[in-house]
Design a protein around this ligand. Structure first.
Ligand code: GLN
Length: 531
């Protein structure tokens, strides 16, 4: 097996520069040159995973096929490269310490004082190497969360320093920084970048490649200056300007030879310039689309990142339908029966978003009722699907007090109830029904036509489920259970076939939609909005 090459991606100056998108773009370009890759994220916080974090703190929680709740950057990795990430692709300081401490209790370190260096750093290094050693990838790209200079990231940087030392020509460090434009001075400033590189050098890491995030085009002279001040080859300084779509980033990096710079540094063969079809076709189609569809995101988190994968799935689906998705966030906390018509005005379709807890759920019900009564195409995801069920129970079955027991434990009609297997759990972290499960579709249903196959596999993240004792009553009144888990008969999909497009899924289709393999449900949903 050839030696795996390791690429480390760090960030400096400020957060939110898009390290995840850069890491995903690097993966995409190396794949286009015929190499096998994986991408992993190491986050410096103490939580074991982001599953218990509020989306306001951390954005969306992404779920891998094997049921790990992870950082949303893993969603970018999958969307850009079509790889399937697993729990090995997502690490936090919390998990590193947990395994070291468990080892200490087992007696693995008998007689030793356990320290950050070498025990924590050794565990980080072991995890950094793990996927390369077990799967033999050509490249393992490791993105380090946070910003250089944070106290929390020090052990990760020390691990990178040691890995670079041990691996020599088989490791590179790519540092992403920011070049701000000072309007009053009319100048682009490189000083923050210089400081950030100094900070890295201070801990013993010389970055090999610099990527400068900027809102304005940078002239070659500026790149030259950065190269000279930071001990980096000029061919290894590239810029990442704001672009109309994140999916254009790989093409921009290719134009500037980022992949060639990486391959040269790692002594790998470069080969032909990749054509990157059909990626280019996708970007072209996205650019040229003019027809707009207006879609309401009905949820409670007014934050771009909170429903990241849903947004991206809709944008991808829109592109394949040659239109642009205009996503309008509708805050369910302010949605009432009196203002719902006005709030949803002009929206051609609704996505009822996932979520936890009671806040905003009555607003979701108002939106669902309006959509059902006015035949507006609607996709309910997870809590969104559950609220579709509650709304139908209240209004059509006449069970006015119906609810999910998550939201009202005293309800006399628990149409959504805690899953049997969940009843024994008291701990919150990592105990939900997580990851991919099979679902069998009902022949002749709308979803069956959409997927074009009988058995599908989708990712989950929930504790509550459709209460099967109400199933017959729902079906008699026109809400059909058209997808079930073959093992446990859990209802996975409901639809109202008499409406144009009204589907609720207990799973999260958004975790499986990628640029080159857009998800059939989103594709069909957007298609239904065009007519
Ligand atoms: N809160 C609901 C449950 O636990 C839905 C979860 C979700 O939307 N991801 O079942």
């Amino acid at each position: 097996m050839a030696q795996t090459k390791y690429i480390f991606v760090t960030g400096g100056v400020v957060s939110s520069l898009g390290k995840g998108i850069i890491s995903a773009s690097i993966g995409n370009l190396l794949q286009a040159r015929g190499y096998s890759i994986t991408i992993q994220k190491f986050d410096p916080y103490i939580n074991i995973d982001p599953g218990t974090l509020n989306p306001y703190e951390h954005g969306e929680c992404y779920v891998t096929v094997d049921g790990m709740e992870t950082d949303l950057d893993l969603g970018h990795y999958e969307r850009f490269t079509d790889i399937q990430t697993t729990r090995a692709n997502s690490l936090t300081t919390g998990r590193i310490y947990q395994s070291v401490i468990e080892g200490e209790r087992r007696g693995d370190y008998l007689g030793k004082t356990i320290q950050v260096v070498p025990h924590i750093t050794d565990e980080i290094k072991r995890r950094m190497r793990f996927l390369g050693e077990t799967h033999g990838y050509d490249f393992v790209i490791t993105e380090i969360g946070g910003t250089i200079g944070d106290i929390e990231s020090a052990p990760f940087l020390e691990a990178i320093r040691q890995m670079k030392w041990e691996l020599g020509q088989n490791a590179v460090c790519i540092h992403l920084t920011y070049v701000p434009y000072l309007k009053a001075a009319g100048e682009l400033k490189t000083k923050p970048t210089q400081h950030s590189v100094k900070e890295l050098q201070r801990v013993g890491i010389q970055p090999d490649i610099l990527i400068l995030r900027t809102e304005h085009h940078l002239e070659q002279a500026l790149l030259h200056k950065v190269a000279a001040f930071c001990n980096v080859d000029e061919s290894c300084v590239v810029q990442s300007e704001d672009l109309p779509s994140i999916y254009e980033v790989p093409l921009n990096m290719l134009r500037q030879g980022l992949d060639v710079a990486i391959l040269k540094k790692l002594n790998m063969s470069i080969g032909e310039v990749p054509a990157l079809q059909p990626w280019r076709q996708f970007v072209e189609r996205q650019r040229s689309a003019t027809h707009e569809v207006h879609i309401g995101l009905i949820g409670k988190y007014d934050l771009q990142d909170a429903y990241k994968s849903i947004r991206e799935s809709l944008h991808q689906a829109a592109t394949y339908n040659d239109c642009k998705a205009k996503l309008v966030f509708v805050n369910t906390e302010q949605l009432t029966m009196h203002n719902v018509a006005e709030q949803l005005q002009g929206l051609q379709g609704l996505v009822i978003c996932p979520g936890f807890g009671e806040r905003g759920t009555e607003g979701k019900i108002q939106a669902i009722r309006y959509a059902r009564e006015h035949d507006i195409p609607t996709l309910g995801i997870c809590l969104g699907m559950q609220m579709m069920v509650v709304e139908f129970a209240r209004d059509v079955l006449g069970l006015t007090n119906a609810n999910s027991t998550e939201l009202n434990p005293q309800t006399s009609h628990p149409v959504i109830d805690l899953m049997a297997e969940q009843k024994s759990f008291t701990a919150k972290g990592g105990t939900m029904r997580l990851g991919a499960y099979e679902c069998e579709l009902l022949e002749g249903s709308h979803v069956h036509a959409i997927y074009g196959q009988r058995v599908i596999s989708e990712r989950h993240r929930h504790r509550y489920e459709f209460n099967n004792s109400y199933r017959e009553e729902f079906e008699r009144h026109g809400m059909m259970c058209v997808g079930c888990n073959p093992a446990g008969q859990l209802v996975e999909i409901v639809e109202i076939p008499t409406l144009r497009w009204f589907i609720g899924t207990q799973f999260h289709p958004e975790y499986q939609s990628t640029v080159l393999h857009p998800h059939p449900l989103f594709l069909d949903f957007v298609k239904s909005l065009k007519c």
